[in-house]
Ligand binder design. Structure first.
Ligand SMILES: [Zn+2]
Length: 434
């Protein structure tokens, strides 16, 4: 399975004379390549003419991504002979998704103290286990290999989801996105290190890339909803990107993604009906942080979040939602941002929403309880790049052909969302340690 996928590039690249600090005989590069064993590792190899006596070599590489702080990795590599070799084990940093672009260059010093840098080279990570087909519309490119109708169908879901976000929320896709639709969940998981064993899809926000495992028989239902849901996370993430630590509360993040799925599913409607009858909606403040990942409580949290977004949209309109997202992105806390835009905090929002739904008033503690640090789960130490894993439709665990995906089950791993920045920082620090 871990076959060598992409291996390249450029033989015999000559050094750029202009970059040399002191001119010397330009060392002919016999071979300069990166051998990818995706998603496990990349082995960089540089072979220089033995006549050029390299005493010091530094490898500089990075994967192109959207990030607030993107620092390339510089690695001093031991030199023994004319073959210089170093392996990047992605097991330590998490792997980039297919489609991500790697660049690298070598800086060499010879025994006379002359330094020169090889021209920057690039390669694109790919998952060559499958014979991918591609469809594209506007800024959305979708790759798939199983079921002829799956690609066009899910591309249509993506494009219509984007249109809904734009029309109803005034939020547009800012950067192109790539979707990789695997024909089986297992195939998708094998492309991602450290993915949760219940995940059916994952969004790599920094790469604007989404991976989802969609059995062709589930494309129309679960696949369509999940594409729109995950795409909404990326679009809202682009719109509300924060480099100052602003975190959207989970009810806002997930409510917007649910809203982008389109008309509420039967599951959402029945969740809302049940909670309305039992008067057992969660305190909205408790939905600032992670949701339960499974079970009725998880479903209810999503459905309630959807309803809150529907309320804000219907009663206050697009502009205020945009203002809220941008204020939070600018580092304003959720309560303060709500106060500034709507004149109420999270508890006040819940009160208004309950009136809107015809629910009896609830009492609130006089002082809002801040989200305690201990309520945030620990980030997994490897802190891979996946931000929004989505569980499988329950049916996929059973017989595929008779599968009936649960309509409201396009659920993300909510625990990870508020930790996005932490995960990002951890990832970068891991990488720079390499
Ligand atoms: Zn989600």
């Amino acid at each position: 399975m871990r076959k060598i996928l992409t291996l390249l590039l450029l033989l015999g690249s000559l050094f750029m004379p202009g970059l040399a600090q002191a001119q010397t005989t330009e060392p002919p590069v016999i071979r300069n390549e990166a051998i990818v064993d995706y998603p496990q590792s990349v082995r960089f190899q540089l072979e220089v003419d033995p006549a050029f006596n390299v005493v010091d070599a530094v490898l500089n590489y990075d994967v192109t991504q959207t990030a607030c702080l993107d620092v390339s990795t510089q690695v001093p590599v031991d030199v023994a002979g004319s073959l210089i070799d170093w392996e990047w084990p992605m097991v330590r940093s998490g792997n980039p998704p297919p489609g991500a672009e790697l660049w690298w260059e070598w800086t060499l010093t010879d025994d006379q103290g002359n330094t020169t840098t090889t021209p920057r080279q690039t390669l694109t990570f790919s998952d060559d286990r499958f014979d991918w087909q591609t469809v594209q519309e506007g800024n959305v490119t979708l790759h798939w290999y199983a079921g002829d109708e799956v690609g066009p169908l899910l591309l249509d879901a993506a494009v219509s989801g984007l249109a809904l976000l734009e029309e109803d929320m005034g939020i547009e896709l800012q950067e192109p996105v790539e979707l990789y639709i695997y024909g089986r969940t297992e195939d998708m998981r094998d492309a991602v290190l450290y993915i949760q064993d219940w995940a059916g899809g994952v969004a790599f926000a920094e790469y604007n890339t989404i991976l989802i495992g969609v059995v062709p028989s589930q494309a129309e239902g679960w696949g369509r909803d999940t594409v729109r849901h995950e795409l909404a996370h990326l679009v809202v993430g682009q719109y509300g990107r924060s480099c100052v630590g602003g975190h959207r509360p989970t009810w806002l993040e997930e409510g917007l993604a649910m809203y982008a799925e389109g008309e509420p599913s039967e599951q959402v409607l029945s969740d809302l009906e049940r909670s309305q009858e039992n008067n057992d909606f969660a305190a909205l403040r408790s939905l600032n942080g992670p949701f339960p990942a499974h079970g009725d409580a998880a479903g209810s949290a999503y459905s309630q979040s959807y309803s809150v977004i529907q309320f804000l949209q219907d009663e206050y309109g697009i502009k205020k939602l945009q203002d809220l997202l941008l204020l939070i992105a600018g580092g304003t806390g959720t309560d303060a941002a709500l106060e500034q835009v709507y004149g109420f905090n999270v508890d006040g929002l819940e009160s208004e929403w309950r009136v809107w739904r015809g629910l009896p008033a609830r009492t609130y503690p006089p002082t809002p309880t801040p989200l305690a640090v201990e309520m945030i789960p620990t980030v997994v130490p490897f802190a891979g790049p996946q931000d929004y894993p989505t569980p499988l439709p329950i049916a996929e665990k059973g017989v595929e052909e008779t599968a009936v995906p649960q309509p409201g089950n396009s659920i993300c791993a909510l625990g990870l969302i508020p930790l996005f920045a932490l995960a990002f920082i951890a990832q970068k620090s891991q990488r720079t340690k390499i």
